[in-house]
Ligand binder design. Structure first.
Ligand code: URA
Length: 201
């Protein structure tokens, strides 16, 4: 059973050297940010340049979209915890390599064990495949997948990556779909709250 704290895990990965390719251009490890007691954990792909410079996940253009989507369901970054599938920026924003995702597997599993979130939002293909072992965000998006980790029940909701909206010139239909998927997150969070309050009686 994992007994580490979140800050111990953060400290442990600050000087991680598992991925030699990522190390070559690393500015810093972007461990994650937000409420350590959050019931909602958001997992993106990998830090971009802004994120690597600031040490904060989703603090660039994609982050603005993410904040807008969170706001559409009455949440702020402080209500959730945000991390990535891998913690170091791949040069030129290339896709994370399989080996890099594997090297970061234990870290993400441990984070989930420590936080015990009720809801995991996987942002884009990489995070979704990493958590659910399934490919194809366009068919998986906005659906709810139950997941059992160490006898802890969680709900996983895959969503389209905000970068897709930016590549598509903020296509209004795509934004609408993304907002619908966030409504799914809102109802799962609401349901979890209901269950929790019932359990308190
Ligand atoms: N895209 C991601 O997947 N993660 C970030 O932190 C920023 C952009």
């Amino acid at each position: 059973m994992e007994t580490k704290s979140l800050s111990e895990l953060r400290e442990e990965y600050k000087s991680c050297t598992r991925c030699s390719e990522l190390l070559k251009s690393r500015i810093q490890v972007v461990f994650g940010e937000g409420n350590p007691n959050a019931e909602v954990l958001l997992i993106g792909e990998a830090p971009g340049l802004n994120e690597a410079k600031n040490g904060i996940p989703f603090c660039g253009a994609s982050g603005k979209v993410l904040q807008e989507l969170l706001a559409s369901i009455g949440l702020t970054r402080d209500d959730v915890f945000i991390t990535n599938t891998i913690l170091c920026r791949p040069e030129n924003n290339r896709n994370p390599a399989k080996e890099e995702v594997e090297n970061c597997r234990n870290r993400l599993d441990t984070l989930i064990q420590i936080m015990k979130p009720k809801v995991i939002v996987t942002i884009g293909n990489f995070a979704t495949e990493r958590i659910l072992g399934k490919k194809g965000i366009t068919t998986l998006r906005g659906k709810v997948f139950p997941l059992l980790i160490n006898s802890q029940e969680m709900k996983v909701v895959p969503v389209i990556h905000p970068a897709n909206l930016l590549y598509n010139g903020r296509n209004p239909e795509l934004l609408q779909q993304m907002k619908q998927d966030f409504q799914v997150i809102a109802s799962v969070v609401q349901e979890e709250k209901k269950q929790k309050s019932l359990g308190e009686f």
